[in-house]
Design a protein around this ligand. Structure first.
Ligand code: AMP
Length: 220
């Protein structure tokens, strides 16, 4: 494993649901020894998650900025994040991006955006075939990266599950939220002078895409 050149960085994996952010964040740990911070995973595992937020997640609607901002602020203050971190699924609104910019400026940590570009039809196909191990979190795709034995995790033998917000109607809602609230952030990053790298998220295997991202970000 190698660290990042030039000090800690916040690597923002940016893209619609199903663009491969979670898969890439996990693979990137092979080339960077920094933690993967997923607000979706934190919310799903949160024991004290307010009922209102749980309902919003089931419906594919974004939860409040204050809730996720507080989660991220606490998480990036942990010692393992002192060498930088990979953000997956955050920021997703202008309010979150502004708060993050403030948190990072206070720590003197620059941000770098990696924009995973994937065709929408591909995204819908991917989300429909997505399976997740409830024990270790490994992600599978029935089309491009199936488990060796149907429905069983290669790593620990657990039965794979479909996330309840991967159903067709909720996927449409999540994509709508992305277009309306999240995609406009690309303009915010550009105006703020944050370096943005675009990567074709459907060109090649997940490993090949990860190597491209690693090359771009490590050289930065
Ligand atoms: P994800 O696993 O990143 O697709 O997130 C699953 C769900 O968690 C989303 O559909 C939202 O309801 C919620 N969520 C995750 N991250 C955020 C965020 N940064 N802001 C608001 N809601 C979020």
């Amino acid at each position: 494993m190698t660290g990042l050149s030039g000090g800690p960085k916040a690597i923002i994996l940016f893209g619609p649901p199903g663009s491969g952010k979670g898969t890439q964040a996990k693979l990137l740990r092979n080339c960077m020894s920094i933690p993967h911070i997923s607000t979706g995973d934190m919310l799903r595992s949160g024991e004290n998650l307010p009922e209102r937020a749980r309902e919003k997640m089931h419906a594919g609607i974004l939860v409040s900025d204050s809730l996720v901002n507080a989660l991220v602020e606490k998480r990036i203050a942990q010692p393992d994040a002192s060498n930088g971190f990979i953000l997956d699924g955050y920021p997703r609104t202008l309010g979150q991006a502004e708060v993050l910019t403030g948190m990072l400026a206070a720590r003197n940590v620059p941000q770098v955006v990696v924009h995973l570009k994937v065709d929408y039809n591909k995204v819908i196909e991917r989300l429909a075939g997505r399976r997740e191990c409830p024990v270790c979190g490994t992600l599978y795709s029935l089309n491009s990266n199936p488990p060796k034995v149907a429905d069983i995790c290669d790593r620990d033998g657990a039965r794979l599950v479909v996330r309840d917000d991967d159903s067709a109607s909720v996927v449409r809602q999540r994509l709508d939220e992305y277009e309306r609230q999240t995609e406009p952030l690309l303009e915010y990053f550009e105006k703020a002078g944050v370096p943005c790298f675009s990567v074709n998220g459907s060109d090649g295997s997940p490993d090949a895409i990860s190597q491209r991202i690693c090359g771009l970000v490590s050289a930065y």
